[in-house]
Design a protein around this ligand. Structure first.
Ligand SMILES: [Zn+2]
Length: 229
C-alpha cells in the first residue's frame, strides 16, 4: 500500500469526522424524542437550519473533546486504505465510514441507530458497489437476507435491537460485494469484539444493554480486509 494513499485517506477521514461531534450530539436522543435544539451544558440554542448542524470541531463552543473524533475518523480511514488497498471500491468505503462513524457515536450515547443514517450508509456504498461489481449482487443479497433472518430471530430472543438487525443486514450487503470470506469474518468479528466488552462490563459491575453498533461496524472493517479480487 502506497503511503501517500494512506495519508490522503487518513486526512479525508479526519476532515470529515471533524463535522461529526455536533451531528452526533444533536441526533443522540431517545426514540421519538426531537433532536437537541440547544446545548445541555451552556443552554445556548443551536442556530436554525444548516449552520446549526454543520460545524467543524466540538459539539458546542463550550465543550472540547473533538480530538477523539478526528483521531477515530483518521484511524478508520487509514485502516480501510491499508486493509483494502488501491481498489476502485476504496473511495466508497471511505465515504461510508462517515455515516458509519456517526452511527457508532450515536449508538454509544443513546443505544440507537437511526434508520435514515443506516439508509444513507447503505445507499452511499451499496449503489456504487452494485455498479462496480454487478456479478456479486446475488451474493450480497443472499448475505444480507441470511444476516437479516438470523439477527431478526436473535432480536426476538432478546439482546439485540432492531436497529442492530438493520445495520447488520446493510453491512452484510456491503461485505457481500467483497466476497464470502469478508461476510463470514465481518459477522464473526463483531461478536468477537463485543464479547470481551460485555465480560469486562460485567466484571466491573456495569449492567444494562451494550451498544452493538460500534462492534458491528468494526467487524465489517475487519471483514473488508479479506476483499476478494
Ligand atoms: Zn454549550
Amino acid at each position: 500500500m502506497a503511503p501517500p494513499l494512506v495519508i490522503i485517506a487518513a486526512a479525508f477521514g479526519a476532515a470529515t469526522a471533524a463535522f461529526l461531534p455536533r451531528l452526533a450530539y444533536r441526533l443522540a436522543v431517545g426514540f421519538a424524542d426531537p433532536t437537541r435544539l440547544s446545548c445541555a451544558n451552556c443552554a445556548r440554542p443551536f442556530p436554525q437550519g444548516f449552520p446549526g448542524w454543520v460545524r467543524a470541531g466540538a459539539a458546542c463552543s463550550c465543550s472540547g473533546g473533538y480530538a477523539s473524533a478526528l483521531l477515530g475518523g483518521g484511524t478508520v480511514a487509514a485502516v480501510l486504505a491499508i486493509a483494502v488497498g488501491p481498489v476502485p471500491e476504496l473511495p466508497f468505503y471511505l465515504l461510508a465510514a462517515v455515516p458509519g462513524l456517526l452511527l457508532a457515536m450515536i449508538d454509544r450515547r443513546c443505544l440507537r441507530l437511526p434508520d435514515p443514517l443506516v439508509g444513507t450508509l447503505a445507499v452511499v456504498v451499496a449503489v456504487p458497489l452494485a455498479i462496480l461489481r454487478p456479478e456479486r449482487i446475488g451474493l450480497a443479497l443472499v448475505a444480507a437476507v441470511a444476516v437479516l433472518t438470523t439477527y431478526t430471530l436473535l432480536a426476538f430472543l432478546g439482546g439485540l435491537g432492531l436497529g442492530d438487525v438493520k445495520l447488520a443486514a446493510v453491512l452484510a450487503l456491503i461485505l457481500g460485494f467483497a466476497g464470502w470470506p469478508a461476510v463470514v469474518v465481518g459477522v464473526l468479528a463483531a461478536h468477537l469484539i463485543n464479547g470481551p466488552i460485555a465480560v469486562f462490563r460485567l466484571l466491573t459491575g456495569r449492567r444494562g444493554p451494550i451498544a452493538f453498533g460500534p462492534a458491528l461496524l468494526a467487524g465489517a472493517l475487519a471483514g473488508l480486509a479479506l476483499q476478494q479480487p
